[in-house]
Each structure stands twice: as C-alpha cells, then as structure tokens.
Design a protein around this ligand. Structure first.
Ligand code: KG4
Ligand code: ZN
Length: 360
C-alpha cells in the first residue's frame, strides 16, 4: 500500500510517499525557519500564509521524487491534530480536496503519535541515502517523545494500543531549549543552537537542579529554565529586574558555551533518568525516541549508555517535522480503521495523544 503523507501543523510544509509503512519513496520538507528566525519564533499568521503558498508544489514534488502518479497512490494521510489552527487548516484542506478529486481514502493522523513512527522507516529508494534503522521496533515499545510542544513517555503494547506513563507538567523540553537559547542570544530554533554551542562548553561549569515530581514519569522544565536565568543574571552581575532580552549582550562567548552545555547536560539527564526508570519497570523489547529533540546527539549518547539494549536511532531528518512519519503511521491506521469522509474531517488543534493517565 502506497500512502501520501501531508504535514503542516507548525512551520514545516511537508509531503512524503511511503510504501507499506516502512519504505520511504520520497520526503519533501519546506522549512520556514528562515522566515520565522527574524522574529525569534513561529508567527502563526505568517506560517499559515507560507503553507498556502507552497503546499501544492511540495505535494507535486513528493509524487515526482517518488516517480509516481496519482494512480499509484492508495491513500492520503494528513496531520489533523495538534498544532496551529491556521497551519493545520492548509494541510487538511489540501488533503480533503485531493482525496475527493482523486478518489483516495483519507486518514487523519495525530502528529505526536506520528513522530514515533519515524522509527518504523527501515528502507528507502536509492536516491534518498538516509541512515535508517535496520529493523522496525518491536512491541512492547517504550517511546520517549520530546518535541517543541511535548515531552512524554508512552508505552506501546501494539500499533494503536498505548498508555501514557508520564508527561511534562509545564514546559516541553524543546520549548526549554528554545527559551534558554534566547536568554543566551543563540539563534532560533534553540535546540540545534544549544547543541552546537554546548560542544564548546563545560557541562559541569554550572550546577542546575532537577525537578522532583510526584508522578514517577512526569517531567518539569520550567524550574530549570528559571534556574538558568537566575544563574545567568548572577554571573553577569545584574538582578532579576534586568530585562532578559538585554542579557545576551552581557554574556561572554565562553559563558554562553558553558551555560548551553550545563543546561543541556541536566535537561537530557532528566529525560534519560525517567526513560531508564520506565525501562526497568516495564522491560520493553524496544526503546525509541521521537520528536525534534530526538535529533540531539547528547540524548542519544546518554540514553545508549544508560540502557542495556541496542537502540537504533532514526535519522535527524525524520526526527524533526516531516510527512514521512505521517504516511508511515497512515499505513498502520489504514490497517485497523475506516477512512474518514473528506467532508467530515476537522482539525483538532489541541487534541492530546492520550487524554488521561491510564494505568498499565
Ligand atoms: O518535533 P518538532 O520539529 O516540532 C514539534 O512538533 O514541536 O520539534 C521542534 C523542537 C524545537 O524546540 C527545537 O529546538 C528542537 O525540537 N530541536 C532540538 C534539536 N533539533 C531540534 N533540540 C535539541 N537538540 C537538537 N539537536
Ligand atoms: Zn513535531
């Protein structure tokens, strides 16, 4: 089964074609980073307008890169939740229109669940040359989902059958990377900037506390972010009333590197501590990481060192937002459920992946 995936939930317009939920035939991502970096973050109206301009060419390129025509496409999968309303609307509108015009079954996909499915892509057409895992993860599978909007640990018993073990009670990990990067005057998006600056810094230069949570697998990153801010103010000799947007001007290069490295060290260690605890309790057969922060090399290094199993990581291009993961999950959803009518599909900007903490 050949699925066309469409993704537009935030600031990437993406389309991809995947065969049988495992073989990547094309992967087109149009990033808006250059547009939003001048504002220091995503501007929703600007994002929606940009999606509208490029969505059709991006979809056409996904088909032509895969060397396919519409006749070859068996289904369309599209992100309908969660994300920015204006952004989600463009992708779903394109998908609904195409499903109707081309008579293709349409499957609505949850973006956060789809991030996990980047790990199921294990082969590709030769022109793509990504470094892919050799086999698909096996169940039970523990997924550490870490993105700009989410930080959660989820236990999958099977496709579509999963429980939330814990999640952040305040900021998402990616959000913390982005905010700390801003304090340090590092460019948007903060995650890759912090990771790069951290390579030149001392991870033990500053000690930051880890939050103590009542839920064994819950996270909190807001306290860490404030601890970094207070320590930074102290280091440069100003008090808490000093405007934070003026802080980067007072920070030396070495301080910037050391703060980035020390923050990253503690933030990643917090994730790995919880993942290790969950591994020891549930003894999953596979462990995967998913979402933009899964691109972080320090996370991969620490996690592999902490767990007694081999982890095969997805390539970075498939960790940050893309449509390959949407098409891959689309295949598995199509195996277990009926398509939706293009007339009935509606976006769900704040739908969470699992609504309540479920007991496993
Ligand atoms: O999954 P994603 O592309 O979009 C959402 O669904 O949120 O994740 C974006 C987040 C941003 O916060 C970005 O700073 C972070 O992923 N990120 C990283 C790295 N690359 C992207 N964080 C840490 N290290 C990285 N190498
Ligand atoms: Zn994402």
């Amino acid at each position: 089964m050949i699925v066309l995936g469409i993704e537009s939930s935030c600031d990437e317009t993406a389309a991809a074609v995947v065969q049988d939920g495992s073989r990547l035939l094309s992967n087109v991502v149009n990033s808006q980073i250059d547009i939003h970096s001048q504002y220091g973050g995503v501007v929703p109206e600007v994002a929606a307008r940009s999606h509208l301009e490029v969505i059709n060419p991006v979809i056409n390129k996904a088909l032509s890169d895969a060397d396919l025509t519409w006749d070859d496409i068996d289904a369309i999968a599209v992100t309908y939740a969660p994300g920015l309303s204006g952004s989600l609307l463009i992708g779903t509108l394109a998908a609904k229109t195409l499903a109707h015009l081309k008579h293709k079954p349409l499957y609505p996909i949850h973006h956060v669940e789809a991030h996990v499915y980047a790990n199921f892509i294990t082969s590709q057409q030769s022109a793509l040359s990504l470094k892919l895992p050799s086999t698909q993860p096996k169940f039970p599978m523990l997924a550490l989902i870490v993105s700009g909007g989410h930080s959660q640990l989820v236990l999958f018993r099977d496709h579509g059958d999963y429980s939330l073990l814990g999640q952040t009670q305040d900021d998402a990990i990616g959000e913390a990377f982005d905010k700390v990067a801003k304090m340090l005057g590092l460019p948007y998006p903060g995650g890759p900037s912090i990771a790069k600056a951290a390579e030149l810094g001392d991870p033990l230069a500053y000690q930051f506390p880890k939050a103590k949570m009542s839920g064994a697998y819950d996270f909190s990153f807001s306290g860490l972010k404030t601890a970094v801010l207070r320590r930074l103010q102290r280091e440069v000799g100003v008090d808490f009333t000093f405007p934070s947007h003026e802080l980067p001007g007072l920070v030396s290069e070495q301080q910037r590197y050391d703060f980035a490295a020390s923050f990253q060290h503690v933030a990643i260690e917090t994730l790995v501590d919880k993942a290790k605890k969950a591994y020891q309790e549930y003894l999953p057969t596979s462990v995967v990481i998913a979402g933009g922060v899964a691109a972080n090399q320090e996370l991969r290094r620490q996690l592999s060192a902490a767990l007694p199993i081999d982890i095969e990581y997805a390539p970075i291009q498939l960790c940050t937002d893309n449509a390959a993961m949407i098409a891959t999950l689309g295949y598995f959803v199509a195996q277990r459920s009926e398509p939706v009518s293009p007339y009935e599909l509606e976006i769900r900007p704040s739908l969470s992946m699992v609504h309540e903490k479920s007991v496993v």
